[in-house]
Ligand binder design. Structure first.
Ligand code: HEC
Length: 152
């Protein structure tokens, strides 16, 4: 009797480990809303750096760094929301290929995170040229995944 409680707690903890996304989202629509929201916020902050890269707003190293750090944080968030139990369901633009070719999808996510981490490093050098080149690689990493895994 005294032993059953901790055992139950451990079992519950293990279940949460195996099914993190299922535990996070009450319904598939919530997961879709979550991943689209993260992508939206990530794109917005990347866009603020893009405006500097394109010369539409003056380059400000501190602002670029701050935004790159936000993008880096966001870059870790969407992936658990693409759990097995949340495919398209008629809403959103996620391609069914995400679930049939998961390794390639995960690789594309890792690639984007790597490029975003390099953008943070570049932003901290206070060099617009460094930011420009790292920004281009991030954009390619976003596009690379969208071309393969996002429906038009
Ligand atoms: C590993 C794949 C992958 C990477 C990398 C990726 N995306 Fe996405 N993105 C998706 C998928 C899939 C969707 C569609 C999600 C859905 O509708 O369920 C999406 C949707 C979006 C959307 C539309 C959100 C909405 O409101 O519907 C934006 C904006 C976006 N991504 C921006 C970005 C930016 C910016 C980057 C790079 C910093 C990026 N994405 C990197 C897969 C990716």
């Amino acid at each position: 009797m005294f032993r059953s409680l901790p055992t139950a707690a451990a079992a519950a903890a293990c279940l949460a480990c195996a099914l993190p996304a299922a535990a996070q989202f009450q319904k598939p629509e919530d997961a879709i809303k979550y991943r689209e929201s993260v992508m939206f916020v990530m794109a917005n902050h990347l866009g603020r750096i893009g405006a500097m890269v394109q010369g539409r707003v003056p380059y400000d190293a501190a602002v670029a760094t701050q935004n790159a750090e936000i993008v880096a944080t966001m870059s870790h968030l969407p992936w658990p929301a693409f759990a097995e139990s949340t495919p398209g369901s008629g809403k959103g633009k996620a391609s069914s290929k995400i679930w049939s070719d998961r390794a390639k999808f995960d690789e594309a996510a890792r690639k984007m995170q790597d490029e975003v981490a390099k953008l943070v490093v570049a932003a901290r050098t206070n060099s617009l040229d460094n930011v420009k080149s790292a920004f281009g690689s991030v954009g390619q990493a976003c596009k690379g995944c969208h071309d393969n895994f996002r429906n038009q």
